[in-house]
Structures are given as C-alpha cells and as structure tokens.
Design a protein. Structure first.
Length: 377
C-alpha cells in the first residue's frame, strides 16, 4: 500500500517529522525565513503533551535546549543565520557536556542582518565554528522538502547515538517551497539515557551535566575520547548522492537547494555531449571526502556551485588533493543562479576557459544563453 503524500511547506514538513521522531520540547524565536517551524510547533506541542516555548531570545532558547537535553528529553531549536550566531555559545556548552539536540538553520543572506532571501553563506559556521573550543557536530544538508523531513528524523537518532548536537543546514528556498512529502512513522520507542540528570529520589546515579574541567589533563583526556568518537563518525557517516558520476569528466559539487539547480545544468550539459556529473554532499560534516577522491580518479575538473562567495569549494579542493583543478561558481546575497548560468560555467570548463564566479555565462542583448557548439564538447 502506497504511503500518503501530503503537500507541505519545507519548514512545516521538518517540524512534523521532528514531532514524529519523538521531539516533545521545542524552544525558538521568530525570524524569517524559519518562523513556520515555530508556528507549527506552537500549535502541535500542546495537543500531544509536549512543550512549546517562545524564548525571550535565541540565547535563551539554546540554553533551554541544554537543560531539556540534560534531563533526557528529545528537543529541538530552530532559527536563521543571525539567530544561529547567537546560539553558538550554547552549542559549545552542549558539545562540552556531550548533550544531544537538534538545531535547525534555515539560512538567509549575511553577514549581519543581510537579507531574508535564501543563501548558503553559513557553511563555514556550520562546519567549522558553531562554537568555541575543540568540537565537531554532524551537519545534514537537505535538498528537498522530503529530505527536510527525512533528515531531521534521522538527526534525532544520530544526536542520541553519538551524544552530540546535530545541525540541519537548510535555506530559505527549501523552507518556503512546497512539495509532496511522505512523513516518517511515529517513533514508539526511544533510546534509554542512563547518563541523564534525574534529580533526587531516583534509583540511578546522581548525574551532572557539565563542561567545566579545572584540571587541564582531565579535559585533555575527555577531548581525546571525544575525538575518537569523531573519527568513527568520519569513517561511517559520510553521505552523498551521485548523479552520472561513473564516467563524469566534469564533476559539479553542490549541496542543498543549489544542487537542484546544478542537477538541471548537468542534464543539459549531457544533452550537449559534455560528460558532466553531480556529487551532492548530504553530510557537510563529515564531508564525503571518499566520494570526492574517487571522482577525482577520472575527472578532468571539479566545479563547486554555491549560494555564497565560495566556502565549500575549499573542502572540495582539500579532498581532491591537487589531482584535478577545482573551480567555483556562485551567486551571493540571496541571488539564486539559474540552470543556464551553471551550464555556462560547465561549458567554460569543457572549453578550457576560466570560470567567472557569478558571471559564468555569456548573454545576448535578449538575455538568451549563447554557447558555441564547437567550444562545448
């Protein structure tokens, strides 16, 4: 029997899947373009015995997440780029106390208040500096409304499995668009958490959630153990999608909403006889480095397509390890590139021309794409 498909907005699909994953505590604060997540939770949580709390600030919300997680609850917070920056300290505290939790960033353009338009300019923040100190956390990058639901559902399990914060890095385009989605089933059993705080009067150890170690060697030992866990995650949790990669000479790497546009450009390039392929990272950390290395064995070049000024391109270059050239094409500030623009950048690569970031397409006065067939194969 086919599962029912529901037409849903990305933000609402994510929230609905979180509830089905067992999330019963949500703490948030309104900010475009993720406010529908909070709005959905405000309606649903009281009906299922859960807790919705609009915090007085993003800083308050992440610290509420810390407290609920320490008590053993499945909990979530969400925001958009400036609000996520404010949550950074709390994320570091959660990482330092080995507390699971799901954090959603529906990105907008930055820095500062920037724009409310979709962007991918928080890649560095998500993968490098969500908080101070030596820590990492899983980062999932959905590229459809279905994945908005599926990946947040998975994120709760992985947060509990590894006792770490997990980030969903979406963007305003995915948050606001509507697509048919099959919601995941209701979780009927959640994992035991013997490490959680329980207060007095419980027949289990008196646990404390803490990230403070006054003795340097003690903190060092904790960090060593934690990094052994991170190494396991890097070995086992790399996720990606490959499209026409097996014989691809020109490999486009794109995540999230940018991958939807890149996919169309890759298909158009194939129609013109260019052996293009798409590598779509689903985890941004751990980055799918093995897939990049494998593709580099037969590729002539890579093209990183992003809604920013060039961030993920550094990871592609790092893991291509100098085997092939890696170029960048992006639009920033909330400007969304067209498939024709990305196709133009692929054709530039195939013709041996340098790619112009954000300007990789020649256009006539009518604005039509001009590609010389002799230069595109």
């Amino acid at each position: 029997m086919a599962q029912e498909k529901i037409l849903m907005k990305g933000n609402e699909a994510l929230a609905a899947a979180a509830v089905r994953a067992g999330c019963r505590f949500y703490f948030g604060y309104p900010i475009t373009p993720q406010t529908e997540v909070a709005a959905y939770m405000s309606k649903v949580m009281p009906k299922i015995g859960g807790t919705f709390l609009q915090a007085e600030s993003e800083i308050a919300a992440i610290n509420m997440l810390y407290g609920a997680s320490a008590a053993g609850a499945r909990c979530m917070t969400s925001s958009s780029s400036p609000g996520i920056s404010l949550k950074g300290e709390g994320v570091s505290y959660m990482a330092g106390a080995d507390l699971p939790g799901v954090i959603v960033n529906v990105q907008r353009g930055g820095p500062g208040l920037g724009t409310i338009q979709p962007s991918q300019s928080d890649y560095w923040q998500a993968t490098r500096a969500m908080g101070h100190g030596d820590s990492r956390h899983l980062v999932f990058a959905p590229s459809s409304v279905q994945e908005m639901a599926d990946l947040v559902y998975l994120a709760f399990d992985k947060a509990d499995e590894y006792r770490m914060p997990v980030l969903i890095l979406a963007d305003g385009l995915l948050g606001q668009m509507m697509e048919p989605v099959v919601l995941p089933p209701e979780k009927t059993e959640l994992p035991a958490k013997p490490w959680a705080t329980a207060g007095h009067g419980h027949a289990r150890p008196h646990n404390i959630a803490n990230s403070l170690y006054l003795q340097a060697d003690k903190l060092e030992n904790v960090l060593k153990e934690r990094y052994e866990r991170y190494e396991k995650i890097e070995r086992t949790e790399q996720r990606y999608e490959g499209v026409l990669l097996d014989d691809a000479e020109y490999v486009v790497v794109a995540f999230g909403a940018a991958a939807r546009i890149a996919r169309s450009a890759v298909m158009a390039a194939r129609e013109q006889g260019i052996a293009a392929g798409l590598l779509r990272p689903i985890t941004l950390w751990p980055f799918p480095q093995e897939a990049v290395k494998k593709a580099a064995e037969h590729a002539r070049s890579f093209l990183s397509v992003e809604f920013n000024m060039g961030q993920m391109v550094e990871d592609v270059r790092l893991h291509a390890e100098g085997a092939v050239p890696v170029e960048f094409f992006g639009r920033a500030g909330g400007v969304i590139p067209t498939p024709e623009e990305v196709l133009g950048a692929i054709c530039d690569q195939a013709a041996g021309r340098p790619v112009k970031p954000g300007l990789g397409v020649a256009q006539s006065s009518e604005g039509q794409l001009i590609i010389d067939p002799k230069e595109s194969v």
